[in-house]
Design a protein around this ligand. Structure first.
Ligand SMILES: C[S@@+](CC[C@H](N)C(=O)[O-])C[C@H]1O[C@@H](n2cnc3c(N)ncnc32)[C@H](O)[C@@H]1O
Length: 216
C-alpha cells in the first residue's frame, strides 16, 4: 500500500481550513496507511474543518477500513471569538456559536471521501465512555487544555490495538514553541512512561507511537 496520499488528496488537504502543515500531514498519512493494514478503524479526536480527516479518510479508503472522527464542532478554547485562532467564517450566524460541521462535511464531499468517514459529533469523553472496540490508530488533536488532552488520552489510548499507533499532535517540548500550552507534550510523556507505547517517529509537532505493551 502506498505511503503517500492518492491523486488530488494533498491538494484537497492544502485547500482545507486548518492548521496542520504538509510535512506533519504526510507523516500522519504514512502512520494511517501503516495502521490500516491491521484491518481496524482509524480514529481522530479533533476534526475541525476536516483538514487532517482528508488524510485519514484516504488512508482508510486505501486500506478498506473506516475513519472515525470525534468532535463537538464547537471549537477549542483558542478558536473562540477574540482568540488568535478564531475564524469568523466558522460561526453559525443563527446561534452565534462556532459550528465547523458544515465546513467539515463540505471538505470531505469535495475530496470525494465522504463514504469512508463516520463522524461522531459530541464531547470526546462522552463518546469514549461508550466505546468498546479496538482501533488501529488513535490520533489526538482535540482540546489543548490538560483536562481535555488527558481525557482524550485516558478515554481513547486504551483502545489502540497491539501493534497499532497512537499519534499526538502539537507536542512542544520547548515552552517557547507553544501556542496553547504543553498538555499534548505531557500526554506524550505519559504515554511513553506507561511502557505501553514506543516512539516511532517525530515530524514537527507530530509524534507517532506504537503499542508495544499492555495498559496505558
Ligand atoms: C486543533 S482543532 C483540530 C484540527 C484538525 N485535526 C486539523 O488538522 O485540521 C481541535 C478540535 O477539537 C475539538 N474539540 C476540542 N475539545 C473537544 C472535546 N472535549 N470533545 C470533542 N471535540 C473537541 C474542537 O471543536 C476543534 O474542532
Amino acid at each position: 500500500m502506498a505511503m503517500t496520499p492518492g491523486p488530488g488528496i494533498l491538494a484537497a488537504f492544502e485547500a482545507a481550513k486548518g492548521f496542520m502543515p504538509v510535512d506533519e500531514g504526510l507523516a500522519l498519512y504514512a502512520a494511517a496507511a501503516e495502521a490500516g493494514r491491521l484491518g481496524l478503524p482509524l480514529l481522530e479526536i479533533g476534526s475541525y474543518c476536516g483538514r487532517s480527516t482528508i488524510l485519514l479518510a484516504d488512508a482508510a479508503r486505501a486500506a478498506g477500513v473506516t475513519a472515525l472522527t470525534v468532535d463537538h464542532h464547537r471549537g477549542s478554547e483558542e478558536q473562540q471569538p477574540g482568540w488568535e485562532y478564531h475564524d469568523p467564517e466558522t460561526v453559525d450566524p443563527e446561534l452565534g456559536l462556532m459550528d465547523t460541521l458544515p465546513t467539515f462535511r463540505r471538505t470531505l464531499h469535495r475530496a470525494g471521501l465522504e463514504d469512508h468517514v463516520v463522524a461522531l459529533v459530541g464531547r470526546s469523553p462522552r463518546i469514549a465512555a461508550l466505546w468498546a472496540s479496538p482501533l488501529a490508530l488513535v490520533f489526538i488533536d482535540g482540546g489543548h487544555t490538560d483536562e481535555h488532552a488527558t481525557a482524550d488520552y485516558e478515554g481513547w489510548a486504551p483502545h489502540v490495538t497491539e501493534g497499532g499507533l497512537l499519534v499526538i499532535h502539537d507536542v512542544f517540548p520547548d515552552p517557547v514553541d507553544e501556542f496553547t500550552g504543553q498538555a499534548p507534550y505531557r500526554v506524550h510523556l505519559r504515554a511513553l512512561a506507561s511502557g505501553a507505547f514506543t516512539e516511532v517517529s517525530a515530524t514537527g509537532s507530530l509524534r507517532v507511537l506504537r503499542r508495544t505493551g499492555t495498559g496505558v
